[in-house]
Write a protein that binds this ligand. Structure first.
Ligand code: ATP
Length: 354
């Protein structure tokens, strides 16, 4: 179990990379830290690893306060984006390296390296050097090295980002299976929301050194607490449309809905709909956004349709073949909506037409 209490890191020049982070990661959990570049993900991971000293707050691993301990005494293994495997050592020596540091006898560490290598399908490559390996194989060597020393936790800093798209998907599935098998608590940094949704038991979305939302992938996807999280999660971004509130109706990009409970005229309201929850109608209806089809993008089994309205561009994902031709007049009907008041989630209830 990793617990962080009021963790703050201020770098020279006053950059506040971590701003009062409170977080508990359960034993055996696969936890993703997700957020845009510069939000503090790597700093948080390095602080857990002991590679950065926090300005304030505490880091506990399995109940033990490790805040002042050096990395080697924390029982964690970190895998970096560039793998950081030693170019002059062969695969066996690389995998066995942490055991050598722990003064494990040579025969024992060679046997352990061979055992871990077998698990990761590296047996054929044990005599090779990193320069003779593909990116995916190097990544497996870095993982094997992390596994060999049986740490209490794995800390991964974008370990898949150097792989090409296909290999990345394979490595993702492999990593997920491996983590399940080993049951080791894992903290995984990524700026790729699809990767976080696919891998993690829970996700923390970070922004400017703070935790904006922590939850299961489905929760973060269906109930993003702020418009920031809403716009960050999902392979096609959520439609976020400004709404006008009158005493009798909510007006959004040419559509009209009942006023949601608790909303009053003058409130700053944003109406959110995921493109996947938008249908297209060929005829007018009051609870639909009228527009003209302007762009069609092929998503394989589906098409991403962009509808141009006088106020906004609205996107819908429809099954391939259901998309109207470019230039057609169409009405986008929300099936499931979220109402944000002052950028914060107010309700997820879908409002029927007036
Ligand atoms: P990325 O996805 O681009 O790797 P990140 O979310 O991992 O970004 P961090 O690397 O943790 O972000 O950086 C957080 C903030 O701290 C950034 O503003 C960065 O410029 C700053 N920062 C990071 N390391 C240092 C340092 N050694 N000295 C000064 N500022 C730093």
């Amino acid at each position: 179990m990793i617990s962080l209490h009021d963790l703050t890191k201020i770098f020279h020049g006053g950059i506040r990379a971590l701003d009062g982070v409170d977080l508990t990661i359960a034993d055996g959990e696969f936890f993703a830290l997700l957020g845009p570049s510069g939000c503090g993900k790597t700093t948080l991971l390095r602080t857990i690893a002991g590679l950065e000293t926090p300005t304030g707050g505490t880091v506990r691993i399995d109940g033990r306060d490790v805040t002042a301990l050096p990395p080697g005494d924390r029982d964690v293994a970190m895998v970096f984006q560039d793998y950081a495997i030693f170019p002059h050592m062969d695969v066996t020596t690389n995998i066995a390296y942490p055991l050598r540091i722990k003064k494990v006898p040579r025969a024992q560490r060679t046997a352990k390296a061979a055992d871990v290598a077998a698990r990761l399908s590296l047996t054929e490559l044990l005599r090779r050097r990193p320069s003779e390996l593909s990116g995916g194989q190097q990544q497996r060597v870095a993982l094997a090295r992390a596994i060999a020393c049986h740490p209490a936790a794995f800390l991964f800093d974008e370990p898949l980002s150097n792989l090409d798209a296909r290999l990345r998907l394979e490595a993702r599935t492999f990593l997920k299976r491996l983590q399940r098998e080993l049951g080791v608590t894992t903290v995984f940094v990524t700026h790729d929301q699809a990767e976080a949704l696919a891998l993690a038991d829970r996700i923390a979305v970070m922004h400017q050194g703070r935790m904006i939302q922590i939850g299961a992938p489905a929760d973060i996807f269906h109930r993003p607490h702020t418009t920031f999280v809403a716009s960050f999660i999902g392979s096609t971004p959520m439609n976020l449309l400004p709404a006008d509130v009158t005493p009798t109706a909510l007006h959004v990009a040419g559509a009209t809905f009942p006023v949601p409970p608790g909303v009053t005229p003058g409130d700053h309201i944003t109406y959110g709909v995921r493109p996947e929850y938008m249908d297209l109608s060929p005829s007018p209806r009051p609870d639909a956004f009228p527009g003209t089809i302007s762009v069609l993008e092929n998503l394989g089994t589906h098409t991403l349709v962009t509808l141009e309205t006088p106020d906004a561009l609205i996107q819908a994902v429809v099954p391939k073949g259901d998309e109207p031709p470019i230039g057609t007049r169409a009405w986008a009907v929300p099936r499931r909506s979220l109402i944000y008041r002052d950028e914060t989630l107010h309700t997820t209830d879908h409002q029927q037409a007036v």
